[in-house]
Design a binder for this molecule. Structure first.
Ligand code: NAP
Length: 257
């Protein structure tokens, strides 16, 4: 008996959790298409395993997304698993809601996914076995925190979008999952100038994501467990208590950004 060919497409596959997941899936026998803007990063990841193929794209470019999706289907035959891990983040100044900062973050984190969705759903519903869509959001998408206005808003929107898609796409044989990691080491978190509790190694984060995706059919894959528990408790707090807590995250000196 032969194992059926399985193909994953990971956007954000040139670095961080996406690259680690690509390597692990390829080792497990998957064919993996990886996308991101930096071709050299994609090629470096692909050089580790002939089952990984680079498909460079920018998620702000709708035409490029459609072209790459068609090419992947031509080359690989199907997209069984899609992981959306393109992400933009940088800490914002307190009280600064500059449009261009929001534009970059929302355009990458949220609208980049939306650009993929219609052609991807059309492709997956045409496949006899359907497909699976895993959207990497974040535990910080549970609520708004100081200095992360655009990023947290984008991740909250991703969680909400995934909830809608889960219900709407189940009858079309497409399973939608949301991945909510805590902190792990990556290019994104290397920019952080604040303490990151229970910071995971990138590889460990990819292991937990894949264990969650393959070990159950649950909607949410969240880790590490301790931070997830605390974040879920904070999410349940009445607003006066919630804001008392988030005020503690503000700088003591009002002149400080
Ligand atoms: N690290 C954490 O602690 C943490 C926690 C929770 C959630 N997350 C989320 O996990 C996901 C992966 O991030 P990471 O932490 O692993 O960091 P990362 O290595 O920086 O991954 C982000 C990826 O997004 C790609 N990307 C950014 N802008 C893009 C664009 N316009 N078009 C195509 N690709 C683009 C980047 O590739 P190019 O630059 O080559 O395009 C990169 O491969 C992100 O959604 C992030 O928000 C991370």
């Amino acid at each position: 008996m032969t194992t059926p060919r399985r193909t994953a497409w990971i956007i954000g596959g040139g670095s961080g959790i996406g690259a680690a997941a690509a390597r692990k899936l390829a080792q497990a026998g998957w064919h993996v298409a990886i996308s991101g803007r930096r071709r050299e990063m994609l090629e470096a990841v692909a050089s580790a395993n002939p089952r990984i193929q680079p498909y460079p794209l920018d998620v702000t470019d709708t035409v490029a997304i459609q072209r790459v999706l068609r090419q992947i289907v031509l080359d690989q035959g199907a997209i069984d698993l899609f992981i959306y891990g393109a992400g933009a983040w940088s800490p914002m100044d307190i009280g600064d809601y500059e449009f261009s900062a929001f534009e970059t973050v929302i355009n990458t984190n949220l609208l980049g996914l939306v650009r993929v969705l219609n052609p991807l759903v059309k492709q997956m519903e045409s496949q006899p076995a359907g497909g699976e869509i895993a959207i990497i959001a974040s535990l910080v998408g549970y609520f708004g925190l100081p200095r992360a206005a655009a990023y947290n808003a984008s991740k909250a929107a991703l969680i909400s979008l995934a909830q809608t898609m889960r219900t709407e796409l189940a009858p079309r044989n497409i399973a939608v999952r949301v991945v909510n990691p805590g902190f792990y080491k990556s290019e994104l978190t290397a920019r952080n100038d604040f303490p990151m509790p229970l910071l995971l190694e990138t590889d460990a984060a990819a292991d937990r994501m894949l264990a969650g995706l393959f070990g159950s059919k649950r909607f949410e894959v969240a880790f590490p467990r301790r931070i997830t528990f605390v974040m879920k408790l904070i999410r349940l707090l009445p607003y006066p208590l919630f804001f008392a807590l988030t005020r503690l995250m503000m700088p003591k000196d009002p002149a400080q950004k």
